[in-house]
Ligand binder design. Structure first.
Ligand code: 5GP
Length: 193
């Protein structure tokens, strides 16, 4: 997605060799105009797929996912990283090792929101080693729901996430694909949509 790639080139900051900071438009401050376009791009790409729900993981997947959900006319489910006192019902759970926080979180969704009739589009901000997406796929599988695809805003294609998710039999659609963050430069592959 050209507008997204342009913005990453303009405002993305490289931390070390493998982390991209995009806190001025996606992960901390959100640019609603750009992120709305991102959400709508997912919606148009999956317009013909029979998506009944979108699932994301708090926090940075929420903004693009809510725009996609609005455009597709389906509910958005936000998987939680910590158990809230108000979540008293039966839960679908999975453990996810966080690449950026270097800690393991128990992620969960209330089982009442997903069923075997559902066709789910998973949306997340980044794909690195694929642990977050894998955990979300596992939650959907526990409910017997079908995962149509994983939609990613920024894929770091030099890490193993895409391979892991494709090996699980799930299609990955990434709007920006980063080939490398080496030598202080961001280089891109062709995006999927
Ligand atoms: P994975 O589970 O695929 O290893 O990592 C994906 C998750 O880690 C994303 O949900 C995102 O929150 C975080 N993440 C991974 N790599 C980056 C990165 O380069 N920059 C930022 N801001 N977050 C990242």
């Amino acid at each position: 997605m050209k507008e997204l790639v342009n913005r990453i080139e303009k405002d993305g900051r490289i931390l070390g060799e493998d982390v991209l900071k995009v806190d001025s438009f996606l992960t901390h401050q959100v640019d609603p105009l750009l992120i709305k376009q991102v959400g709508y791009r997912f919606a148009s790409h999956f317009a013909e797929a029979k998506v009944s729900k979108i699932v994301t993981l708090e926090t940075s997947g929420i903004a693009p996912a809510v725009f996609a959900a609005e455009k597709l006319g389906v509910p958005l489910i936000i998987a939680r990283k910590s158990k809230s006192l108000t979540m008293k019902e039966e839960l679908l759970t999975s453990s996810v090792y966080s690449f950026t926080k270097q800690e393991t979180n128990q992620i969960s969704i209330s089982s009442k929101f997903l069923s075997k009739e559902d066709h789910v589009l998973i949306i997340d901000d980044f794909l690195a080693n694929g642990q977050a997406a894998k955990g979300l796929i596992e939650l959907c599988s526990q409910a017997g729901a079908t995962v149509e695809a994983v939609g990613i805003v920024i894929e770091k294609s030099f890490q193993e996430g895409r391979q892991l998710i494709e090996d699980m039999g799930t299609n990955v659609v990434s709007l920006a694909r980063i080939a490398s963050l080496g030598d202080g430069a961001i280089s891109f592959l062709e995006g999927d949509a």
